[in-house]
Design a protein around this ligand. Structure first.
Ligand code: SF4
Length: 541
């Protein structure tokens, strides 16, 4: 009998602990996942909609991925710490798969990395290869059956696939796979990549050739780490939209061709936490294959113009991650310098929306010579919960997460810096809280251009009609969030601050120029105003 909804949402979520023997195996005719999973339709409550806080007024990252080849090391424990460092990229579910001589093991569950795993689970995940994933859902709902790594058996043994990104041809690929009678278990595009790879293996290809065949059926954004009994694969899409870095355990980088304990991760912060050394980025269209013999690299697709997501630089990636040879903290501080040049203001204090606005606010303060102060204190322990606030608590709104410092703000003209505005709902509450705390003027500066277009490459930026800058002028936005002045950083300024070739970034959510073509039905579902000019203007009001 179905439980009432309220009980279902409180009931423990199903878990999976898979342990599969080494090959030979046959191609699956039924679900690979344990029966303890409930069906994709049988959803648990969506943690985002039942959060104590509203749906965050920020673009949301899709996933963090991690992989490791390290005989004689506790690979699951290292993967746990790698995922812990990547937690900001997804908080809905986490999973680790390992491979040893006796087969594969996988454990995945809804929740934060620290909630999903304990000591015993990590001890049971033995092996010399580990693949880890932490998830925020874009394609596929927030449900345990969509948690990754996606596990699929093949004639060469199981594969465990962890994916960051979004395929724009997911609907077509799903049709193709269903036509060939594959039993897709989840609603994710990641599982489709895993099945395409398994299909090529089962048709006779080795792991690397199968990966090349599978990736050539995929369009869109994908960084992948794939564990197999024979080795671990890492790959990036043809434009390198989502990040993937290569490291080695320990302080020394081995000679080319020498075996080593290699690590693959979405960001360098996941290398730092386990004492690994950064070697290089995986290149757009590149595939690496790590085995006991060492590492080989191939271009599975001809390298084209790199198009790293510029939002990784502005907001998604951790500020201590290194991109293009420097920390993103340094880049974000430069955004603040540029913003202060483009949109100065006569105020008493510069402050940030914590934490993501802090580096740009410090940069603004340095450039403008106006003092920087903390005016909002963040409660870092507000997380996802099923407990709903009372009506009166809802009215204090933002203060559950950000509490203003009255004695800092009272009687002051404030300029507050944030990294982006998506819908504007949180900005309005923050501004009101600052005014209530005694600020006499509140000016807002945004260290990125107006977000006018949705993302199709694995970042949740809402549909276009929900993006405030796609529907309102700068003055209307300023009115709505109740600021004395508002200015965004220019598109040119954002790209110039990277100190890189401007064409090497995707910035489609600011321009609508998508680097990978979006199929029309998919595009229409999210784009509502494509025929019109963006209505928000750039630069100083
Ligand atoms: S559209 Fe925006 S969020 Fe999406 S990949 Fe491009 S820059 Fe990143």
């Amino acid at each position: 009998m179905r439980q009432p909804n309220v009980l279902r949402s409180l009931a423990p979520l199903p878990i999976a602990f898979l342990s599969h023997p080494a090959p030979p195996m046959t191609f699956p005719s039924k679900s690979f996942l344990d029966e303890s999973y409930d069906s994709p339709q049988d959803h648990v409550a969506d943690t985002r909609s039942e959060s104590l806080l509203e749906h965050p007024d920020k673009p949301e990252e899709a996933c963090g991925i991690f992989g490791l080849y390290a005989p004689d090391e506790e690979v699951a424990r290292l993967a746990y710490f790698g995922l812990f460092a990547l937690q900001h990229r997804g908080q809905e579910s986490a999973g680790i798969a390992t491979f040893n001589a006796s087969g594969s093991h996988c454990y995945k569950h809804m929740g934060l990395v620290s909630q999903v795993f304990d000591d015993q689970i990590l001890q049971d995940l033995s092996g010399h290869i580990a693949v880890g994933h932490t998830r925020y859902s874009t394609t596929g709902s927030s449900h345990v059956c969509n948690a990754q790594p996606a596990m699929v058996p093949t004639r060469l043994g199981d594969l465990a696939l962890a994916h960051n990104g979004n395929l724009v041809n997911a609907a077509d690929l799903r049709e193709e796979l269903l036509d060939r009678h594959h039993d897709l278990v989840t609603t994710t595009d990641s599982e489709m990549i895993a099945f395409a790879l398994a299909e090529a293996v089962n048709d006779g290809a080795d792991w690397v050739s199968a990966a090349e065949q599978a990736f050539n059926r995929c369009y869109g954004a994908f960084s992948l780490v794939i564990g197999t009994p024979n080795g671990i694969l890492g790959a990036r899409d043809q434009q390198g939209i989502r990040p993937l870095v290569l490291g080695v355990l320990g302080p020394d980088i081995p000679e080319v061709g020498q075996p080593a304990h290699y690590v693959l991760a979405s960001e360098t912060c996941a290398l730092d936490i386990i004492g690994a050394t950064y070697v290089r980025d995986i290149e757009p269209g590149e595939l690496v294959w790590i085995t006991p013999e060492g590492i080989i690299s191939r271009q599975w697709a001809e390298a084209t113009q790199r198009k790293l997501c510029v939002f990784e630089m502005i907001y998604f990636s951790r500020p201590d991650s290194i991109v293009n040879g420097e920390s993103l903290y340094s880049y974000r501080r430069r955004l603040g310098h540029q913003l202060a040049k483009e949109a100065p203001a006569d105020v008493d204090l510069i402050m940030a929306v914590p934490d993501s606005g802090v580096p740009a606010a410090i940069g603004f303060s340095q450039q403008s010579q106006i003092p920087y102060a903390e005016g909002l204190i963040k409660n870092r322990y507000v997380g996802r919960t099923f407990i709903q606030p009372t009506q009166s608590m809802r009215e204090v709104g933002i203060r559950m997460k950000l509490n203003p410092l009255k004695d800092v703000l009272e009687g002051k003209r404030i300029l507050i810096v944030d990294d982006s505005i998506v819908r504007g709902t949180t900005s309005r509450k923050i501004v009101q809280a600052l005014r209530d705390a005694g600020a006499t003027e509140v000016h807002m500066r945004i260290s990125s251009p107006p977000v006018t277009h949705p993302c199709f490459y694995g970042i949740d930026t809402d549909n276009q009609d929900q993006l405030i800058a796609a529907t309102k002028t700068l003055d209307e936005i300023a009115d709505q969030i109740n600021v004395d002045s508002l200015a965004y950083l220019s598109w040119e300024g954002m790209l110039a601050a990277t100190n890189q070739e401007p064409g090497s970034f995707c910035s489609a959510c600011f321009t609508g120029n998508y680097p990978v073509e979006i199929p029309e039905p998919f595009k229409r579902a999210k784009l509502k105003f494509e025929a019109k000019e963006p209505v928000a203007t750039l630069g100083v009001p």
